[in-house]
Every structure is written in structure tokens, then in C-alpha cells.
Ligand binder design. Structure first.
Ligand code: HEC
Length: 249
């Protein structure tokens, strides 16, 4: 935890506040897999890539094997919902085919992603999927965004408070959103979060060190692995960053 550097960030927060409010709005207009982000032709090319380079392990029905992940249906959605197509593409490009990773062209990898989107029931559209377009496209169910699944790396903003049994919790917290980066957010990103309205959730913070007592009552961003449990959701903390030295109304 490096709250000290985040405190310096706080002095920049005022200046960036207006931009921060804007950033929250942009997120609402996000592209999703329901917006037709690949073409039918691209998916057809992707099918050829799949049959040649992926099917051997992931199977003709995409069910996978004990080792190779299923690539369609409920298991696929469980693994990827609320993540981006860009992350799916990057994982495939860097790690697949498992026995000879990163051996295909970027275009072939993008085509294979287009095919997986088609197989999972997301509609084709007028434009081909590109790496840049993929990065901006969120994977979500048809009825809109849901909760990020357990074990995802997430970011949450809330009010730091004492929980039961000497634990620390974030109260009035936002819903957990996926992040790619476990390290502390930039001063600009932390400042941007200050403009967001408080949420309604509570997360228990695990593995918080050193003791963050000096920041009780402050608005904090926690990043780490989300652990959902019937007793309440927890975050196995990688970093904390200070958003504001007060908690919102
Ligand atoms: C030699 C077998 C093999 C081949 C060929 C293969 N995969 Fe995989 N794939 C695996 C295994 C094993 C895993 C699980 C890896 C892990 O858990 O780290 C996996 C995982 C994945 C995942 C999930 C990755 C994640 O981060 O959760 C995707 C998506 C995927 N493969 C897509 C593909 C695509 C697309 C191709 C063809 C371009 C392909 N795979 C070819 C064996 C294979």
C-alpha cells in the first residue's frame, strides 16, 4: 500500500475534478458485444482458424477438456462477463494455441475472436473487429451488466471504516469493476473517481498492510481479487489509493 504517494495525488484532485465527472458519463455510452462488433465474413475466416488451430483441444462443440477451457455457453460467460473483448483477444494472442503460443498473425487471432463471439450468440455487424475496437467492447449478458464473478481482479471505491473483529471494510462502495492493472491508479485516475456518486455495497478488505487507520473516513480505491461469499464480498487487496480525504454525503 502506498497511501503516501496517493496523498500527493489528492492535491491534484481539485483541478482534475471536472474531467472526472465527465469520465463517469463516458462509461455509460460503452460499446458491448450486442452492438455488432465483427462481420459475418470475419467470423467465417475465424471458423477456419478455429478448425485448424484450436478445435483439437477446445473440441468441435467448444466444450473443451479438463485442461482446455470451454469457449461457449454459460462457462464462457461466467469467465468473461464484464470483461472486455480486448482482454479476450490479448489472452488468446499471447497464450494460444497452448502448445505453440503467439504463432499466428494478429489478423488470424482477431478472426478467431470474431468467431467465438458469433458462436456465443452475439450479432455480427457492418465493421470488422480490430484490436482497438475490441479494447473498447464489453462482454455482457443481453439483459445488461451483471456482477463481476469471483476471482476477477477488480477496483472498488468506497468509504474506509472499521468492520467487525478488527477488520477493515469499504462501505457505501461502488460495484466491483474489472481492472487489468493491480498497481495503484494514477493521480488522474484517482481524481476522476472523486466525482462519482457513492454506491450501496460493502466489501471487507483482506490482507491490508500496513494498518490504514489514518485513513478511516476517507474515500479509498481498493484493487485486488474479488472473493464472493454468502457472508459478504471481500477483496484480497493488492493496493489502496486515496480518492478523497472525506466520504461523500
Ligand atoms: C494444445 C491445446 C490447445 C490449443 C491448440 C488451443 N488451446 Fe486454448 N486453451 C488450452 C488450455 C490447456 C487452456 C487453459 C489454460 C490455462 O488455464 O492457463 C486454454 C485456454 C483458452 C482460453 C481461456 C484463456 C483464459 O485466459 O481464460 C481461450 C479463450 C482459448 N484457450 C482460446 C483458444 C483459441 C482461440 C485457440 C486457437 C487459436 C486455442 N485456444 C488453441 C489448450 C489449447
Amino acid at each position: 500500500m502506498r497511501l503516501t504517494s496517493a496523498v500527493a495525488a489528492l492535491f491534484l484532485a481539485g483541478a482534475a475534478g471536472a474531467a472526472g465527472a465527465g469520465a463517469g458519463v463516458v462509461q455509460e455510452n460503452r460499446t458491448t458485444v450486442w452492438d455488432g462488433v465483427y462481420t459475418a465474413e470475419q467470423a467465417a475466416r475465424g471458423q477456419a482458424v478455429y478448425n485448424r488451430h484450436c478445435l483439437g483441444c477446445h473440441q468441435a462443440d467448444f466444450s473443451g477438456t479438463e485442461e482446455a477451457s470451454p469457449l461457449a455457453g454459460g462457462a464462457f460467460m461466467q469467465a468473461w462477463r464484464e470483461d472486455t473483448v480486448g482482454n479476450l483477444y490479448t489472452r488468446i494472442r499471447n497464450l494460444m494455441p497452448f502448445d505453440e503460443p503467439a504463432t499466428l498473425s494478429d489478423a488470424a487471432y482477431l478472426d478467431s475472436v470474431a468467431y467465438l463471439l458469433q458462436v456465443n450468440g452475439f450479432p455480427a455487424g457492418p465493421r470488422e473487429l480490430t484490436a482497438a475496437g475490441a479494447a473498447d467492447t464489453r462482454i455482457e449478458a443481453e439483459d445488461g451488466p451483471g456482477d463481476v464473478p469471483s476471482f476477477a481482479l477488480v477496483s472498488v471505491v468506497g468509504c474506509l471504516a472499521r468492520g467487525d473483529d478488527a477488520t477493515w471494510v469499504l462501505t457505501r462502495a461502488t460495484r466491483a469493476v474489472r481492472t487489468d492493472d493491480p498497481s495503484e491508479s494514477s493521480p488522474e485516475a484517482l481524481a476522476a473517481r472523486a466525482g462519482q456518486p457513492p454506491g450501496t455495497r460493502t466489501f471487507e478488505l483482506m490482507a491490508v498492510y500496513p494498518d490504514p487507520a489514518a485513513h478511516a473516513g476517507h474515500t479509498i480505491e481498493a484493487k485486488g481479487f474479488l472473493i464472493r461469499s454468502p457472508d459478504g464480498d471481500r477483496i484480497n487487496v493488492s493496493t489502496l489509493g486515496m480518492v478523497s480525504d472525506a466520504c461523500g454525503p
